[in-house]
Ligand binder design. Structure first.
Ligand code: NAP
Ligand code: NAG
Ligand code: NAG
Length: 316
């Protein structure tokens, strides 16, 4: 009973935040990307995979940065086939390991001369720990991408105008960052129930937005701009590690209310491609437009603090 009430509550909340019609707006940019290189993290399935296909269709050289060699190579064939492009490369990246992030960056910087767009898309909805002992959602959704972005920043600067796009979520609305807990436990909060899972997920997605806020400040005066976004509610594999009851309920509601991955990639594409949005660097987008967010998501002190603690955790 408790579970059902909470689930209904979750969907009402999701629906309120899901302020647009189900389908939503499409990216209207006609930009072509020949000669440009794009990295999409977590692109073997879901929104990341459709984003990769759309960018490859526009002529970009697309790097599929995925943790599983097997799933990454299967996606490589699909992306090549569906885009009709052979400028697609798989490179292994496990965001749950800072060592893997470092070796990905090293390998990328050695083998690829350019980086024009970095799309931090990978995400998990699962309780656990990373290889370095951080909370899994903090580690993958935030910290791994933090290190990755920092290691690739010089290349992005050299190739400017360039962009960093962070796939966040409306779930940040119920997130908070407890710095004391983060310091002592290397995670965002305590708990293992599915409700805690959604809460920690929200916290990790708030981290993405705080980072975009701080990064935009640090990038002033360079030709790199950055954006965070909510892709919409989309039928993907994100809920795969939840209980079968949660999955069954989610799947059936999703069929009616949620977008397809192609619809779900439109705001990512908008942030990556739309001409003339550079003055909106650091902002949060939803349904292909900049949106206002709660004060907690543009808190200068919190974003600076998160940046510093993340630097310390990554040893940079
Ligand atoms: N679906 C929605 O309604 C929704 C709403 C708001 C925001 N988002 C955000 O959209 C993004 C994409 O999610 P999705 O819905 O497309 O989910 P998905 O289908 O589960 O895809 C997530 C991707 O992230 C990858 N990933 C997970 N852990 C990783 C790790 N340690 N290292 C590297 N890659 C890893 C997954 O790889 P494996 O296949 O190997 O696990 C997969 O490719 C996420 O950031 C999510 O938070 C989704
Ligand atoms: C994206 O998020 C990561 C992790 O939260 C952060 O390190 C990075 O600076 C962010 N970049 C942008 C453009 O928001
Ligand atoms: C999460 O779900 C995937 C797909 O069902 C499975 O392969 C993986 O082992 C699961 N991970 C955990 C930690 O349960």
């Amino acid at each position: 009973m408790y579970t059902i009430v909470l689930l209904v509550g979750f969907f009402i909340a999701a629906y309120i935040f899901h302020e647009t019609t189900v389908k939503g707006k499409s990216c209207t940019s006609k930009a072509k990307l020949h000669g440009k290189t794009v990295i999409v993290t977590g692109s073997n399935t879901g929104i990341g995979k459709t984003t990769a296909i759309e960018l490859a269709k526009r002529g970009a050289r697309v790097i599929l940065a995925c943790r599983s060699k097997q799933r990454g190579e299967a996606a490589l064939q699909d992306v090549k086939r569906e885009s009709g492009s052979n400028q697609v490369v798989f490179m292994q990246l496990d965001l749950a390991s800072l060592k893997s992030v470092r070796s990905f960056a090293e390998n990328f910087l050695k083998t690829e001369p350019r980086l024009d767009i970095l799309i931090n898309n990978a995400g998990v909805l699962l309780i656990g720990r990373t290889k370095d002992g951080f909370g899994l959602m903090f580690g993958v959704n935030h910290l791994g991408h933090f290190l990755l972005t920092n290691l690739l920043l010089d290349r992005l600067k050299e190739c400017g105008p360039s962009r960093v796009v962070n796939v966040s979520s409306a779930a940040h609305n119920w997130g908070t960052v407890d710095f004391d807990y983060l310091n002592t436990h290397r995670d965002l909060r305590v708990g293992t129930t599915w409700l805690d899972t959604f809460r920690i997920y929200g916290d990790s997605k708030l981290c993405n937005i705080l980072f975009t806020h701080e990064l935009a400040k640090r990038l002033k005066g360079t030709k790199v701009t950055c954006y965070s976004l909510h892709p919409g509610s989309i039928l993907t594999e994100l809920q795969r590690n939840q209980s079968t009851t949660v999955q069954l309920i989610l799947k059936n509601i999703e069929r009616f209310l949620f977008k397809t991955p192609l619809q779900g990639s439109q705001t990512t594409l908008h942030c990556a491609l739309q001409e003339g949005i550079e003055h909106l660097s650091g902002r949060y987008f939803s349904n292909c437009a900049a949106k206002n967010i709660f004060a907690k998501a543009r808190d200068d002190a919190a974003s600076k603090k998160l940046w510093e603690i993340s630097e310390r955790f990554c040893g940079i």
